[in-house]
Design a protein around this ligand. Structure first.
Ligand SMILES: CC(C)[C@H](C(=O)O)[C@@H](O)C(=O)O
Ligand code: SF4
Length: 483
């Protein structure tokens, strides 16, 4: 019998079906469950109320990230610094208590491995190709960079996975997102994913699992692939996948939670079977030739509001769709922007380099290359928030912290920080921030805060010039240095 060619998504799905229901939904086995403080308290309360245990605490890993201040976690005497905000403190205490009571591995706030849940998973080798991985968090899509079928779930599903290690799911459609060409100087994975979302729209991937393919994705590091897969959700998709390859295996080998010895060999043998078959069918195809794209950024309050740094604030009347026209008008009003303004003429007050999109070592290196020998513009507040304690330590070993500090950047402890206003790091009302995060929604970085999504190099360029700037102008040409 001929075997039907299958996509990576279909292979992972088929390998995890516990039971097929008559209505077409399937009970899917979940291999990995990441937990953070915001979406787990009610799930644990539910378990307690029903007298249930966690079925596989060994497949569950918890780490606090959203509510943690990014200031020092221990005082000079080595004692944990208490958290001032009562609600955050309660949520963090609850995570610590719940993980202790249910026997779940917990990376505490002051541990060297602490970090944003989506940075920690890959870094620890908890995230593996071919696994199903969930977390009560929409940016779980990031883990798809390693070839894991990874997606965000709600709190009641968190409880379901804790109790049963399964989820009842409907199968998604598949969309191939093929990125070919060569990336120009100063153009990064963040620019690629912004360009993709600009093209398909914030709802473009609805009902689909994306698979990123093409020469640019193949040539990209795991860090870059994580940036791309992370924002799949901003294109409306449930998840985003990159087929595992030699880059993936090299990244994972030797990570603390990755398989070892004979188990490693067996795992790699299986992982090699996962890439989509040559003639597998996707339900949709999107292509992007990245050869001539300029660094990208957002002008509005949706991640689809994308423009090149060489471009201009759009005129709402230029949109054919009346709903989009209306939304653009509201966005520009909130963002305090006038149609026709050159993006590079827009002054910036804050810069945030961090978040699960862009807080890994390569992101910090790219920002440091721009910061090196320059200084943050007068009146600018620019902060760098490494994605994990391990990223922070590596950056310090490479001397990046000294570059940032000499340039006047604030060098912080790991966490979600200014990506969302759930901790003390906020952008004040009416202030404008160039941010390497993934959401530019109204109020996202604080009530009234204005966000422009950019790459780490572009964020650093904004920090040193005081306005949205084309990093290519700063880094090339006479007297320029390379990225
Ligand atoms: C707080 C959490 C549930 C939320 C998410 O689901 O993504 C946050 O991480 C975000 O980025 O908006
Ligand atoms: S860094 Fe931002 S996007 Fe990522 S998990 Fe934290 S809040 Fe969500």
């Amino acid at each position: 019998m001929a075997i039907r060619p299958r996509t990576l998504y279909e292979k992972i799905w088929d390998d995890h079906v516990v039971e097929r229901r008559d209505d077409g939904t399937c009970l899917i086995y979940i291999d990995r469950h990441l937990v953070h403080e915001v979406t787990s308290p009610q799930a644990f309360s539910g378990l307690r109320a029903h007298g249930r245990a966690v079925r596989r605490p060994d497949l569950t890993l918890a780490v606090p990230d959203h509510n943690l201040p990014t200031t020092k976690r221990r005082d000079a005497g080595g004692n944990r610094v208490p958290i001032a905000d009562a609600e955050s403190a309660a949520q963090l205490d609850a995570l610590e208590r719940n993980t202790a009571d249910f026997g779940i591995d917990y990376i505490d706030a002051a541990a060297p491995e602490q970090g944003i849940v989506h940075v920690v998973g890959p870094e620890q080798g908890f995230t593996l190709p071919g696994t199903t991985l969930v977390c009560g968090d929409s940016h779980t899509s990031a883990h798809g960079a390693l070839g894991a079928l990874a997606f965000g779930i709600g709190t009641s599903e968190v409880e379901h996975v804790l109790a049963t290690q399964t989820l009842l799911l409907g199968q998604s459609k598949t969309m191939e997102v093929r990125v070919d060409g060569t990336l120009g100087f100063g153009v990064s994975p963040k620019d690629v994913i912004l360009a993709i979302i600009g093209k398909i729209g914030a709802a473009g991937g609805t009902g689909h699992v994306l698979e990123y393919t093409g020469s640019i994705i193949r040539a990209m590091s795991i860090e870059g692939r994580l940036t791309i897969a992370n924002m799949s959700i901003e294109g409306g998709a449930r998840a985003g996948l990159v087929a595992p390859d030699e880059t993936t295996f090299a990244y994972l080998k030797g990570r603390p939670m990755a398989p070892k010895g004979e188990d490693w060999e067996q795992a790699v043998t299986y992982w090699r079977t996962l890439p989509s078959d040559a003639n597998a069918r996707y339900d949709a195809l999107v292509t992007l030739d990245a050869t001539n794209i300029a660094p990208q950024l957002t002008w509005g309050t949706s991640p689809e509001d994308v423009v090149a740094i060489t471009g201009f604030v759009p005129d709402p009347d230029s949109f054919a769709d009346p709903a989009k026209r209306d939304a653009a008008r509201k966005s520009l009003d909130y963002m305090g922007l006038t149609p026709g303004t050159a993006m590079q003429d827009v002054a910036v007050d804050y810069v945030f380099i961090g978040s699960c999109t862009n807080s890994r070592i390569e992101d910090l290196r790219a920002a440091a290359a721009v910061a090196n020998g320059r200084h943050v513009a007068p009146g600018m507040h620019a902060m760098i928030v490494p994605g994990s304690g391990l990223v922070k330590r590596q950056a310090e070993a490479e001397g990046l912290d000294r570059i940032f500090l000499a340039a006047g950047f604030d060098w912080r402890e790991p966490g979600c920080s200014m990506c969302l206003a759930m901790n003390p790091d906020k952008v004040p009302p009416g202030k404008r921030c160039a941010s390497t995060s993934n959401r530019n929604f109204v109020g996202r970085q604080g009530p009234g805060a204005r966000t422009h999504l950019v790459s780490p190099a572009m964020a650093a360029a904004a920090a040193v010039t005081g306005r949205l700037s084309d990093v290519r102008d700063l880094m090339s040409g006479p007297g320029g240095d390379s990225l």
